[in-house]
Design a protein around this ligand. Sequence first.
Ligand code: LLP
Length: 421
Amino acid sequence: MRHFSPTNGQMMAEQVSLATVAAEVGTPAYVYSAATFTRHYQVFAKAVSAMDSLIAYSVKANSNQAVLSLLAKLGSGADVVSGGELARALAAGISADKIIFSGVGKSAAEMRAGLEAGIAQFNIESMPELEQLNVIALDIGKIAPVAVRINPNVCAGTHEKISTGRAENKFGIDIADVDAVFERAVHMPGIHLQGIAMHIGSQIDNLAPFASAITLAAGLIERLRKQGHKIETFDIGGGLGISYAGGDTVPPTPREYGDLVRRLTQDLGVRMIFEPGRMIAGNAGVLLAKVLYVKHGGARNFLIIDAAMNDLIRPALYDAYHDIEPVKAPAAEAKMISYDVVGPICESGDTFTQHRMLPEMQAGDLIVLHTAGAYGAVQASQYNSRPLIPEVLVKDDQYAVVRKRPSMADILKTEHVPDWV
Ligand code: LLP
């Protein structure tokens, strides 16, 4: 559900006009809707409410402090993949006992930070990582709560760069090797092995890969129990796809997903952990931009906008589709034109879309790229020395800049020219 729709011919974020945000904050900017975040969290929570579960929002999707604080107040936990994300989750008021530390390469310092905070679980992805965690836990006199992330070798049917559950991916431990990890862990006094974890990919648009992976993991859990190991938690990661429109397949609803998970896990007697990211954040944000120039090239019409691939890299990196709409609703008789929508960066890859039919536009017109709330701002860079763009959170008829645009002076301050240059 989106809270971005037109009122009296002007696109709004809840009850705030995007034209007003553009005038007061400037473009490009990310604009988020608090109501959408809240609704998505609640829909997901309801879908899994019949299970004993923890929802650990995947911070990597959108890690703004205002967003994390909003989700913390709704009761969310956090799935973090770095010391930075851990610090963000704690600063936003997410209690440590709801924090899961995922990731294939946690450093010693990150393990120490997680142990000192008292997080709920480390998802480990290799034997050397488990050994290192044991050493650090013993060193500071703690016992690390751990789940083993398995690699179920299932094809999630998603873009290759966001598929994570096949044997050739770097993630997880082969199911056949997990028994040995549990055997070794019995002899590690700094480790309390409590569960199984997995995450098979992102933007998954059908339930079959989830069903296959859960079934495999359930078999493993039963096998481990027969060997005398206690399994208390089962973390199935994130990955539920969302609609980006543009004719893509309609992903399963959270309810269908929740029902499937419950059916396949109800006899296991485990606490379920979910790590949704995109499902919570994706449709809670838009990228607001302005048309700089309309250029009629030899073969194409280019809409050159002030946002670029450094602000939203998904189209360049994953050929991702984002719906594009003018902020001012077009007249009924508006001419439709085929545009390539591009940014100002000096690379042909700085293209948001090609051959998109849009109402005729002019320099100065505002547009939005929808479904930019997840993996938008968090993946931005300052390439071409374009400062990170502001993030704005709307709630009802009010808005706030929740991350401001740094000035060039702020950026230059972080760099240093040694006197021997
Ligand atoms: N848990 C783990 C261990 C993950 O690696 C991820 C995402 C999630 C949970 C959340 O998955 P979600 O529910 O959001 O699908 N930048 C890419 C997506 C990368 C996803 C990486 N891992 C994109 O823009 O499509």
